[in-house]
Design a binder for this molecule. Sequence first.
Ligand SMILES: Cc1cc2nc3c(=O)[nH]c(=O)nc-3n(C[C@H](O)[C@H](O)[C@H](O)COP(=O)(O)OP(=O)(O)OC[C@H]3O[C@@H](n4cnc5c(N)ncnc54)[C@H](O)[C@@H]3O)c2cc1C
Length: 258
Amino acid sequence: MAFSLTRTPRELVFRSATLTRRDWITPTYARLRFEGHDLRGFGSLGSDDHIRVFFRNPDGEPSTDPAVLRTGVSREYTPFAWDADAGILDLEFVIHGDAGVAGPWAATAPLGSTVGIGGPRGSLVMNGQPDGWFLAGDETALPAIKRFLSIMRADAIGTVFVEVTDAAFEQALDAPAGITVRWVHRGNAPESSILGSALDSLGAADRPAGDVFAFIAAEQSIVRSGRALVFDRWQLDPATAIVKGYWKRGEAEYHAPH
Ligand SMILES: Cc1cc2nc3c(=O)[nH]c(=O)nc-3n(C[C@H](O)[C@H](O)[C@H](O)COP(=O)(O)OP(=O)(O)OC[C@H]3O[C@@H](n4cnc5c(N)ncnc54)[C@H](O)[C@@H]3O)c2cc1C
């Protein structure tokens, strides 16, 4: 096997952090910078790691007291980039409308607002490199997909599928030359449905050669198409593929099975 994934536990640390910057990447996707002394030493070994972000009401007094921050509602996010010496952590948020807590907070919280950050509690660490990569997701999976792209060797081969609303919501991805990036547009169709159709249209002949790593994450209904592709038609070893619902339509605070 050209690569393996090793589950590496990590001591759970709770940190406070202050929102210091917001950059809009598309009209519904923003990168937020968090800073603070507590973020010194932050680390994340796995490209699909997740942390739990605890949000306070942005109208409330900013607090860095862990006991206060822990009372906020929390959601799961992917550590996108960090500087452990400077105490900086960047997260990327899908701004999906007025519903929920995290999306509206990410869009509107004033700079200086505080959050609590728990984790990552463990990581799936890639050792070696696969012969072929297959990554697929919606916008919520883009931070993880970008992290996977960043660890690929320059001669990596594979395909990335990303579902977004339309061309205006596509993002520049830094991918090696051998990685084909395909944007699929959902338009007004339900999230994951067009990505699901794209996966359903792939057959055994589309399987990359050799030892393949697959990561598929999007709205929960992607799981059926994702599993059918990688486990039934491509016969990948479950130890080398990740297929997850990152959120569920109509359900707040969906907990993906880990
Ligand atoms: C391991 C993991 C890593 C994740 N990493 C990221 C990440 O880096 N960036 C990111 O943006 N998200 C990420 N997510 C998804 C994020 O946790 C969910 O989208 C979360 O539900 C958002 O919380 P909320 O408070 O905005 O909405 P909630 O209160 O959870 O939900 C309110 C309503 O909004 C809907 N909703 C939730 N998310 C979306 C969405 N993306 N699009 C449309 N409708 C939605 C729900 O179905 C519900 O009807 C990740 C999820 C997991 C499991």
